[in-house]
Every structure is written in C-alpha cells, then in structure tokens.
Design a protein around this ligand. Sequence first.
Ligand code: NAP
Length: 248
Amino acid sequence: MSKVVLITGGSRGIGRAISVLAARQGWSVGVNYREDVHAADEVVQAIAGTGGRAVALKGDVAVEADVVGMFEAATRALGPLSGVVANAGVVAPAARLADMSAERMRRVFEINVLGAYLTAREAARRMSESMGGAGGSIVLISSAAARLGSPNLYVDYAGSKGAIDTLTRGLSKELGPEGVRVNAIRPGLIETGIHASGGEPDRARSLGRATPLGRPGTPEEVAEAAVWLLSDTASYVTGGILDVTGGR
Ligand code: NAP
C-alpha cells in the first residue's frame, strides 16, 4: 500500500509541485486548498492521469475545525498519514510596519503561524507512536525571509516564518522519540503566483538575477527538497532547516 501525505495549499505554486512529485514517487496525496477548487481539481486529475492517487480537500488552515476535518477526510479517503507538508501561506502588499493594519497582520499570522501550528498539531496527534500512530515525517515551509527580516516589505510575513523555524526546532525534539521527523525548507525567490498576490508579480524574476545562481527558483526545485525530507532516504534528518534559495 502506498504511503499517504497531506499537503496544505497543495493546489498551486510550490504546494502543487510537491503534490505532483510526491505522487510520482508513489505517495497518495491529499491536496488541500482554500478557495480555488479548479486549481485543486486540476492537480488531482493530473495525478490521476499518470496513475497516481489524490483527493482535493477544501479547508482554511487558520480554522481549527477545517484543519481537523481535512485530516479526517484525507485518512478516510486514502488511509493513515505518514507525511504532512505545512505549506499554505500568504503575503500582503509591501509596506513598512508603521503603515500595517492590525487586520493585515492578524491574517498573515493566522494563516502562516496558527495554520502551520494547527497542521503540525494534527500531524503529531495522528503519527506519534505513543498515540497509536506509525511515525512519519512533517515538512514545514518557512522562507528565507525568516533570516532576512524583509524590511520595508513585510516584516509581518518574515516574523511568521521565523515562528516556523522555531516550531521546527522545538517540535523535532518533541517528536523524535515518537518516530516523527520534523524539518523545514526556506525557499528563496521562487516563481509562483504569491508575488502577484503581494502586488509584485515580477519580484522573483527581477530579484532572482541578483542571487548567486543568477535566477529565481522553480516550484519543482523546492519540491525535490520537500519530497526528499518526506522520504525514508532522509531517515536521520530531523530538526533541519534547508535553504533552497540559489545562495541568497
Ligand atoms: P501560492 O502560489 O500563492 O499558493 C498558495 C497556496 O496556498 C494555494 O494552494 C492556496 O489555495 C493555499 N492557501 C492560501 N491560504 C490558505 C489557507 N488559509 N488555507 C489553506 N490553503 C491556503 O504560494 P507559493 O508561492 O506556492 O507559497 C507556498 C509556501 O511557500 C508559502 O508558505 C510561502 O510563504 C512559501 N514561500 C514562497 C516563496 C516564493 O517565492 N514563492 C518564497 C519563500 C517561501 P487557494 O488558491 O485555494 O487559496
């Protein structure tokens, strides 16, 4: 029987690439999305078209009942989980902290921080050996912003990703004895729709040229790292935070 992975925000961008690559490597995939059902259905069909197994799972990671519901639905449809990727995340338009509304900051922290913590909590409850699980791997999607700070752009987003790095360190120690590995990836400038949602569609392309590798990254390049961390070939890797940034 194939292993089962749930990927939050698995319908577009980096999450989509992780869904497709994981399926190609034999995982059954729960593809979570928040609102774009067409994108989610397209990934599920693309996976089915190559002989893989996937289901679309609607839910907002910032809403506890949705997170619990998507884990239950994934388990019902595909079987017990042994992989979880907390990937769903958002940015808001560039601004200085002095100009940020509480509403904007609350949304960024609720989706990026609370959403990842709830996702990781549900993963811990289901995969921990002392709770009847069979162990597994959790991959959290942080950002290079966590160490750069993103001044004059989105210090709220950068801080939300700093929380992901800290969660990775703490949770890996908590869950090591439970048979669950926990790692994070810090992508750099990756070509996805997230930049347009932050009001700068060309951001990855234009700033990517200034990285040591001289270009932005692709979602597929991040997916390679994520699917490796999910897999048993990373069996002695936990608490790691892997930069996929072209050297940025
Ligand atoms: P993206 O292209 O904008 O895709 C975002 C995905 O997350 C979509 O599938 C979206 O689903 C889903 N999503 C958004 N809010 C959600 C919520 N509240 N609940 C559930 N799903 C939600 O983003 P991306 O660039 O692939 O980014 C993926 C992750 O990588 C994020 O955590 C981001 O911070 C991180 N990252 C990206 C970059 C980059 O340069 N792209 C760099 C560093 C880190 P719907 O379409 O249904 O809303």
